[in-house]
Design a protein around this ligand. Structure first.
Ligand code: C5P
Length: 405
């Protein structure tokens, strides 16, 4: 009973693979999950609500209102109740509506109201699957943080052969179990995360900054919280907000302010993830009034800032984990590894400026994780949420290793 007490909303859409949703439901219930099934109108053409309600022990939700007494079925309540929303099988039409927020059935409204993680198992013919429209919708859904269970290759109901078969129910159940297992692993742990740029003031209206959006650091804070950790997020000026109660944001502006807050918080933590793009230099002098245009060149003298990660590397205990980031333009692997050594990091996440879709501002990232022994793990281009999940999975295994479990 590996899913005891878990609340799962199972969304079923109009695909031939809908019959497999019955096996999926049976398996989830056997593992102890409480499952509320939501079916699209088309799904009911493939499998009856009677089957699904008998297997789940609950009436199937499908319409906004009951035909006989006009009772409203609250998608909001279902969305709040769920620990996980699983949509299997998900047709191309449903993926498109989810990507664009077209709420013409109860399943899509439940999806938009859902506060929980969402897992999607697409099922369709190979040509539909590889159509650019469908691939673009999947990319959008990934960028929202949804977890996609890739369809398998094989015989399709159309008689064709290719990628599009819904993943087998037993494998989907394993993914669900893995998701919930991951979730609890950082309970009672506290992490410090830095994110965003720093602003180094020149005068009251000017500063030296950089293009960091903070998205990667905020995604890591989210994933740590999702895994049960308490997070202190020391953030430079960004336009995003942390949405979870487990995350305490300490807003700062300059590298020096970030340094002070990190040194204060770090001793109470189990580790830190240094994701901020901290300025390496700051103006030597601050002009209290706006610097006026003149005929002569203007020279601003810069002095180095303190290396926050490097300082934490010196004070950290054996039990604490320190993770850094490196953004390199040349000799990436060599530079990243020497940075890891210099700063006393446990592992470093290298994102290359040479990969399109990776780095500042964008929603995707492509990383390589390098550890103290120079072992390198190369990852695909993924959404920052998925990259954060990979980093947190690594943090979990390192923390388990440190505590000897
Ligand atoms: O040396 P570099 O700035 O490339 O190192 C990047 C790593 O060091 C990142 O993890 C970044 O957050 C951290 N860093 C820091 N304090 C600085 C500069 C960088 O914590 N002053």
């Amino acid at each position: 009973m590996r899913l005891l007490g878990k609340h799962i909303v199972l969304g079923v859409t109009g695909s031939i693979a809908a019959y497999k949703a019955a096996y999926l439901l049976r398996g989830l219930v056997k593992e102890g999950a409480e499952v509320q099934v939501v079916m699209t109108p088309a799904a009911k053409e493939f499998i009856t609500p009677v089957t699904m309600s008998a297997l789940s022990g609950k009436p199937v939700a499908s319409e906004f209102f009951s035909a006989n007494d006009g009772t409203w079925h609250s998608h909001v309540d279902m969305g709040q109740w769920a620990d996980l929303m699983l949509i299997a099988p998900a047709t191309a039409a449903t993926l498109g509506k989810m990507a664009r927020g077209i709420c013409d059935n109860l399943l899509i409204t439940t999806y938009l109201s859902s506060k929980s993680a969402v897992m999607i198992a697409p099922a369709m013919d190979l040509d539909m699957f590889r159509h650019p429209a469908n691939l673009a919708n999947l990319a959008i859904l990934r960028s929202y943080g949804n977890l996609i269970i890739e369809p398998g290759e094989g015989a399709l109901a159309s008689g064709l052969h290719g990628k599009g078969r819904m993943e087998e129910p037993e494998n989907i159940i394993e993914e669900v179990i893995k998701f919930f297992g991951q979730k609890k692993k950082l309970l009672n742990k506290h992490f410090l995360v830095t994110a965003g740029p720093t602003y180094e003031k020149i005068d009251p209206v000017r500063f030296i900054g950089n293009y960091s959006s903070g998205k990667m650091g905020y995604a890591i804070a989210d994933q740590l919280a999702e895994s049960g950790a308490k997070v202190t997020l020391v953030s430079g000026p960004v336009n995003i907000k942390a949405g979870r109660s487990e995350i305490t944001v300490i807003p700062v502006e300059s590298a020096n302010e970030m340094y002070e807050q990190c040194l204060r918080v770090f001793p109470e933590t189990d580790g830190a993830v240094m994701c901020a793009a901290v300025a390496d230099f700051t103006p030597e002098d601050y002009s209290g009034s706006k610097i006026k245009r003149g005929e002569d060149d203007l020279t601003i003298h810069l002095k180095p800032t303190s290396d926050i990660a490097g300082t934490l590397g010196q004070v950290k205990s054996e039990k604490q984990l320190l993770v850094g980031f490196a953004l390199e333009t040349n000799d990436e692997l060599v530079n990243a590894y020497s940075k890891l050594k210099r700063k006393g990091l446990d592992f470093i996440v290298l994102n290359s400026m040479n990969d399109s879709g990776a780095g500042f501002g964008v929603d995707t990232n492509k990383i390589t994780m390098i550890d103290k022994d120079n072992n390198q793990s190369v990852f695909e281009l993924k959404s920052k949420t998925e990259v954060a999940a990979d980093i947190v999975a690594r943090i979990i295994s390192e923390i388990e290793h440190k505590s000897g479990s």
